[in-house]
Design a protein around this ligand. Structure first.
Ligand code: NAP
Length: 322
């Protein structure tokens, strides 16, 4: 299965930060700009994000889309409304398909590793999901290299395909480079990376010592602000400002530079961007096909090196079910 180099994801936006009309306008813009890959999850906006996406994609030719969703984080109050047990996987896929208004998803992703369910149970349930036609391929998210290897082996035995890993990856967050990427390359697995713009920080719009721009994720007290907080540190923000002349010299916006940077990694199949406005997608898709030369990559590294996170131990899943 091929995917678009830029995918559109709806975490913290659809069903939450962004009104339904605006969400639909973003999906329309994505489609018009050639984005065919859409990423969501059962848990986003308390399951509302899948419904918004399903509604927005109505009337589109299903064969022309790649629709991805996920399972693991809580979708309800019960102790079985979470994790990777057979019970929750079977219930969650049915809920996702209903909300997305489709008979199948193209990629069904395990949103974290579940330390409380035997891996055999999870993969046997996934094999039933795939063999009954409810999903075509399996992916994982934030799994370590060892977990990916174990899952890949089980998937082969069960004659299903584990094709992708969905980690956080950006100029600032490179924890997959040491282990996850080499293992994935060996196994033929691609990275579909999240928060390639560090949630908007790498666009350069957050200025050190100043309040965040009106309407941005950092002002979304319902949910977004809590997640972007980790990057809103004056050290990080002033370092990011120093990338501006590099982007200008390359004739790129800051967003395009950040996206072209993740896409230059040959193991990255797609960068999933979020967007609250169609104009952001118009900006972001222009990163497709941009080649960054070695001198420019070196200049970027010289600027960001002091704040880059590289520790592979930061690829982790909760020790206990959430
Ligand atoms: N597997 C996982 O655990 C996991 C975790 C997180 C995300 N994800 C996936 O990855 C997707 C993307 O994550 P993300 O939303 O954090 O990605 P991101 O692309 O790093 O950040 C997106 C946000 O940045 C701002 N933005 C985007 N383009 C811009 C532009 N050109 N100029 C100015 N601002 C711009 C927008 O926020 P504002 O307009 O509000 O500022 C937008 O919502 C999610 O939707 C989800 O599908 C997966």
């Amino acid at each position: 299965m091929l995917v678009s180099e830029i995918s559109y994801g709806n975490w913290v936006t659809h069903g939450s930060q962004v009104e339904a009309d605006q969400a639909k306008a973003c999906v329309r813009a994505a489609l018009d700009l050639g984005i065919t890959t859409f990423d969501t999850a059962d848990v986003y906006a308390g399951t509302r994000a899948e419904s918004v996406l399903g509604e927005a994609l109505q009337g589109e030719r299903r064969e022309g889309l790649e629709i991805f969703t996920k399972v693991f984080w809580p979708t309800g109050p019960g102790r079985n409304d979470r994790g990777l047990s057979r019970k929750h996987i079977m219930e969650s896929i049915n809920g996702s398909l209903r909300r997305l208004q489709t008979d199948y998803v193209d990629l069904y992703q395990l949103h974290r590793f579940d330390h409380h369910t035997p891996l055999d149970e999870t993969f046997e349930a996934l094999a039933d999901v795939v063999h009954s036609g409810k999903a075509h391929y399996i992916g994982v998210s934030e799994w370590t290299a060892e977990q990916i290897r174990a899952g890949h082996e089980l998937a082969r035995e069960l004659k299903i395909q584990l094709v992708s890993s969905q980690p956080q990856y950006s100029m600032l967050w490179r924890v997959i480079e040491a282990k996850v990427v080499p293992t994935s390359e060996e196994l033929g697995i691609g990275q579909i990376v999240w928060s390639p713009l560090a949630q908007g920080v790498l666009t350069g719009k957050y200025l050190p010592g100043q309040p965040p721009p009106a309407g941005s994720r950092a002002t979304d007290e319902k949910s977004g602000a809590m997640f972007i907080k980790r990057f809103l540190d004056d050290d990080v923000l002033s370092t990011v400002q120093r990338l501006k002349p590099i982007a200008e010299q390359a004739g790129l916006t800051m967003a395009q530079l950040a996206l072209a940077w993740v896409l230059q990694n040959p193991n990255v199949s797609s960068a999933i961007v979020g967007a609250t406005r169609p104009e952001q997608l118009q900006d972001n898709v222009k990163a497709i096909g941009v080649k960054l030369d070695p001198a420019l990559l070196k200049a970027i590294d010289e600027v960001v090196d002091p704040i880059v996170v590289r520790d592979p131990a930061k690829t982790e899943s909760p020790a206990n079910r959430p």
